[in-house]
Design a protein around this ligand. Structure first.
Ligand code: MG
Length: 389
């Protein structure tokens, strides 16, 4: 299947949930549920594009939820879910269709990449394939609050989404079933005589239906994020450069006018050197000198932002993130205070992290020692990184 489009059904009014807005637009750990759902498919290497079907009366909520994702115009849903899906399929058909379509509930934001891949893979062998979970609980038939019988659960599955189909097949099946009331797209396919494969999925791919589900989804997300970057490490760095003739020093990526310059092979930015070493230290990946030997003429006068970015790239290459950095500049002069905010902003920019994850501080040594005598500037830094593990 070369061209695979995800059709996200987000037309529901979510009356069962009882919130002030349809549940697909509620916040889940900092993002609207719909956005998380869309992102799960947009980021999947085998999904070409994402089409959402919405209730046009909620267009404002939709626009806010998917801002910046570059989605095509949403399709207006119909009176029932089945109508909404058919509208979505017809809209795709007018744009030339596709090989495969994955129909997915907006309210299943925790769908994982493996499940999406498995449903697409199953379409190589069957015209339809659905994510589903084998029934684990014993089923009871009830009557007036008492057990009237035990239902054999053998061979029973709970159907989830995504439900994937070869596009032409499901479009024809939906057109033929228009006006009927079938519970899911697999039922539409079954009615048309299409074989539908069962793809074992995960319990976490549950549908957010009640406020308790929303709490559960937030817990799942927090746990998986914490567990996936659970290798938390701290590194430290220290650097000194001597004053020499000059009219400015470079500190944390900023030119600060001064009566002297700093001597060094590169731009002699002590702040960035200390921080680069801190990050390399957290990675246990040597030091700045081993990555950028001072004997190598290509680093003469180099912008130290380059060294720092290299260290940040090494963290990213390991699948990690930089959680926090803290730099202390030690000197009597120049005064660092007036430049602190700009320095922190520049470091955040180089690292590609939020400014509130970067701290720049300064201190003197009470005129003691080499910094106290104004012979040079020292800097120390700490970096906390999170790696998968
Ligand atoms: Mg240095």
């Amino acid at each position: 299947m070369t061209l695979c489009i995800a059709l996200i059904v987000a037309g529901g009014t979510g009356q069962r949930f009882g919130a002030e807005r349809p549940k697909q637009y509620l916040d889940l750990a900092g993002k609207p549920i719909l956005r998380r759902t869309v992102e799960a498919f947009l980021s999947h290497p085998r999904v070409s594009s994402v089409q959402v079907v919405i209730d046009p009366a909620r267009r404002d909520l939709y626009d806010a939820a998917v801002a910046g994702l570059g989605l095509p115009e949403p399709v207006a849903g119909g009176a029932t879910r089945q109508d909404s899906v058919r509208n979505g399929l017809e809209a795709l058909a007018t744009r030339g269709g596709c090989d495969a379509v994955l129909i997915h509930d907006a309210a299943r934001p925790l769908v994982d990449a493996d499940t999406i891949a498995a449903v697409i893979a199953a379409l190589e062998h069957a015209p339809g394939a659905i994510a589903a979970v084998p029934l684990a609980d014993t089923l009871k038939r009830g009557a007036d609050g008492t057990v009237a019988g035990t239902v054999d659960r053998d061979g029973l599955w709970r159907a989830q989404t995504p439900q994937g189909f070869r596009f032409a097949d499901i479009l024809a099946a939906h057109r033929d079933a228009a006006g009927l009331s079938l519970t899911d797209d697999a039922a539409v396919a079954e009615r048309a005589g299409l074989a539908v494969a069962l793809v074992p999925a995960k319990e976490e791919n549950f549908k957010v239906t009640t406020p308790d589900d929303l709490t559960r989804a937030a817990r799942v997300l927090t746990a998986s994020q914490g567990a996936s970057l659970g290798d938390i490490r701290t590194g430290t760095g220290f650097d000194v450069h001597r004053f020499t003739d000059g009219e400015f020093v470079t500190l944390c990526g900023l030119r600060v006018p001064h009566t002297h310059g700093l001597e060094g092979h590169s731009d002699a930015d002590v702040g960035l050197h200390a921080l680069t070493d801190a990050i390399l230290g957290a990675l246990a990946a040597g030091d700045i000198g081993s990555h950028f030997p001072p004997s190598d003429p290509q680093w003469r006068g180099a912008d130290s932002a380059r060294f720092l970015r290299h260290a940040a790239d090494l963290v990213a290459a390991r699948g990690g993130v930089i959680a926090h950095t803290d730099i202390t500049i030690i000197c009597e002069r120049p005064k660092v205070g007036p430049h602190r905010a700009a320095m922190a902003a520049r470091v955040a920019e180089i690292l590609g992290i939020a400014p509130d994850r970067v701290s720049v501080k300064a201190t003197t040594t009470e005129r003691l020692g080499f910094t106290g005598r104004g012979e040079g500037i020292a800097a120390q830094a700490a970096a906390t990184i999170r790696l998968p593990g």
